[in-house]
Design a protein around this ligand. Structure first.
Ligand code: FE2
Ligand code: FE2
Length: 228
C-alpha cells in the first residue's frame, strides 16, 4: 500500500524528530504573514514581540539547513548515490532561503520603527514576501520529503540512523531553546509532539509545562492578532 503524504508513513527508521522542524516551517511562515498584516503602525510592543518570535524560528531553520548540509546529505549520498543531482539541488536551495529569512528579520525590525504613510506599503510588501517564501518552502519540503524520507526510513542502517538522529538533535540552539521548545510542542503534528515529549527528560518537561509553555503563550498574546 502506498501513502500519498510521505511524511505520514511510519515504517522503518523513526523520522519524527527530523520532521519536527518541517512542522514549524509549515505553521510559522504563513502565521508570520498574518501577523504582519495585522500589525499597526506605532505598536512597538507587538513589533518587538514579532521580531523576537520570528528571529528564534529563523535561527532554528538556519540550523536545520546546516544540519541537512553537513550531516544528512553526506549519509544520503553515500546510501543513495543515484539521488546526487536532486540532493545538490536541495542543498543549493538553502543559501537563498537563508538570505530570505535574514531579509525578513531585517524588514520586521524596520517596520517596527515606521509610521504612516511608509508603514502600510512596507508591511504589505513584507507580508507578500512571506507568502512567497511560504510557497517556496513548501515546495522545498515536499521535494525533500518525497526524495529523501524513503532513504532515511528504509535504506540507512539502524546504527547509522541512530548516530545521525543524535547529530541532528545535537544542533545546539542555546538560549533560543526556551522559546523553541514550546514552539515545537505547540505547532507540531500530534505524533511528533508525542515523540518529543517521550524523549525530553522529566525535569525539562516539568519546566516546559510550568514555566516555558506559559511564557511562550504570553509571547504569542503580544503578537499582532495572536491566533493562538
Ligand atoms: Fe532543506
Ligand atoms: Fe528539511
Amino acid at each position: 500500500m502506498t501513502t500519498t503524504d510521505p511524511s505520514l508513513d511510519i515504517s522503518g527508521n523513526d523520522v519524527r524528530g527530523f520532521l519536527l522542524m518541517h512542522d514549524q516551517i509549515r505553521a510559522v511562515v504563513p502565521e508570520a504573514a498574518r501577523h504582519v498584516r495585522a500589525l499597526r503602525p506605532g505598536d512597538r510592543r507587538a513589533a518587538r514581540a514579532l521580531v523576537r518570535w520570528w528571529a528564534v524560528f529563523s535561527r532554528a531553520l538556519h540550523h536545520h539547513h546546516v544540519a541537512e548540509d553537513t550531516e544528512l546529505w553526506p549519509l544520503v549520498l553515500a546510501t543513495a548515490p543515484e539521488l546526487a543531482a536532486e540532493v545538490r539541488r536541495l542543498e543549493a536551495e538553502h543559501a537563498p532561503l537563508d538570505a530570505d529569512l535574514a531579509a525578513v528579520t531585517t524588514a520586521l525590525e524596520r517596520i517596527g520603527t515606521l509610521a504612516e504613510p511608509g508603514f502600510r506599503p512596507a508591511a504589505e510588501e513584507l507580508a507578500a514576501a512571506l507568502s512567497r517564501l511560504d510557497t517556496y518552502l513548501r515546495r522545498h519540503l515536499a521535494s525533500e520529503e518525497e526524495l529523501v524520507l524513503p532513504v532515511m526510513r528504509h535504506r540507512i542502517g539502524a546504527a547509522d540512523w541512530t548516530a545521525l538522529e543524535k547529530a541532528l538533535a545535537d544542533q545546539g540552539h542555546g538560549r533560543d531553546t526556551s522559546v523553541l521548545l514550546p514552539m515545537f510542542l505547540a505547532y507540531s503534528q500530534p505524533d511528533r509532539v508525542a515523540f518529543l515529549r517521550d524523549r525530553l527528560p522529566a525535569p525539562v518537561l516539568v519546566l516546559h509545562d510550568l514555566v516555558l509553555g506559559p511564557r511562550y503563550r504570553r509571547l504569542l498574546k503580544k503578537l499582532p492578532a495572536a491566533t493562538r
